[in-house]
Design a protein around this ligand. Structure first.
Ligand code: AMP
Ligand code: FE
Ligand code: FE
Ligand code: ZN
Length: 288
């Protein structure tokens, strides 16, 4: 049974690496009993329009994105994800940076496919791009091609060390995390660090960086997330309390690219209200 009202502030659609269209996503959110859902596709706002148009009665939509960032404080730089809520989707510099990252994702995806093909693995970039159908392309799309080719059984297996998790993993050109925080704020949005302690995904950043980001305008930390162990989530909550940051919980729903369900983790209503109040952009919440 979901707590009422159930608020899930992190979900993906086919505008990036989710498997439900934006319209299907909002309908699924209503069916799951959510009161509020955020659409947070990787590096794009392309799903916002279709999600708003399909909003079921009683559901509130927070328009957002998950921005691919990098922290250059260590070598090699560490990738991290910044959730951004209710920002102006027409802010010129932010628009330019997101477009640049999407292009970098395509260049990197094509190079990963070249590496796979050089090892005799028959996946094709044109096919992967066609399947992504204009959405922000990422490793889950390559994972899907590996599954279609019968080379792995699941997305999880495709992210293993022998595949996209290590052997065929290449970095992409992300946005410097301090620049991303500044741009989201400049666009009136509210930046929240997604799954900051998810060590099972790879290297995580030190707490000192979170301290610096908080001083630079970061608004919150995502604590309850399926990639955090209970100890990691508790660490994030402690750090947020020390720094006066908001604490969110979310599913990071990706449709069938992941097993997690909408509403698996949720955010407290007071926190959601504070995020909405902190937004100063042209983008308010939309209600069906
Ligand atoms: P990319 O953005 O191309 O680097 O791919 C990262 C995306 O892959 C994340 O946003 C997740 O959706 C997905 N992902 C990352 N790690 C895993 C994993 N271990 N199993 C399944 N999906 C994953
Ligand atoms: Fe993803
Ligand atoms: Fe993420
Ligand atoms: Zn996500």
């Amino acid at each position: 049974m979901l707590p009422r009202p159930a608020i899930d502030l992190h979900a993906h659609s086919t505008a990036s690496d989710g498997t439900l269209t934006p319209a299907e996503l909002v309908r699924a959110a209503a069916d799951a009993g959510l009161a509020v859902v955020a659409i947070t596709d990787h590096d794009t706002t392309a799903g916002w329009g279709p999600a708003v148009d399909a909003l079921p009665p009683g559901l509130t939509l927070v328009r957002g994105a998950e921005i691919s960032c990098r922290w250059h404080g260590v070598e090699p730089a560490i990738p991290l994800h910044l959730l951004a809520y209710l920002f102006d989707p027409d802010h010129p510099e932010l628009v330019a940076e997101l477009a640049r990252v999407r292009r970098a994702r395509e260049a990197r995806g094509e190079r990963i496919v070249e590496l796979l093909r050089a090892d005799g693995i028959d996946v094709r970039w044109t096919e992967i791009m066609a399947a992504a159908d204009g959405g922000t392309v990422g490793r889950p799309h390559i994972a899907a091609a590996l599954i279609r080719a019968g080379l792995v059984a699941t997305t999880t297996e495709a992210f293993g060390r022998d595949w996209l998790g290590e052997r065929y993993r290449l970095p992409k050109e992300d946005i410097d995390v301090f620049r991303a925080v500044a741009l989201v704020r400049a666009a009136g949005g509210v930046p929240v660090f997604a799954h900051p302690r998810a060590s099972r995904r790879g290297r995580v950043v030190p707490d000192e960086l979170v301290v610096e980001l908080a001083a630079a305008g970061l608004a919150g930390l995502e604590a309850d997330h399926e990639d955090h162990s209970p100890a990691e989530a508790a660490h994030v909550r402690r750090l947020a309390a020390e720094l006066g940051l908001l604490v969110t919980g979310s599913s990071d729903f990706h449709g069938t690219h992941k097993t997690v369900r909408l509403g698996a983790h949720t955010t407290a209503p007071e926190t959601y209200e504070r995020i909405v109040a902190a937004a100063s952009g042209v983008t308010g919440v939309a209600s069906g």
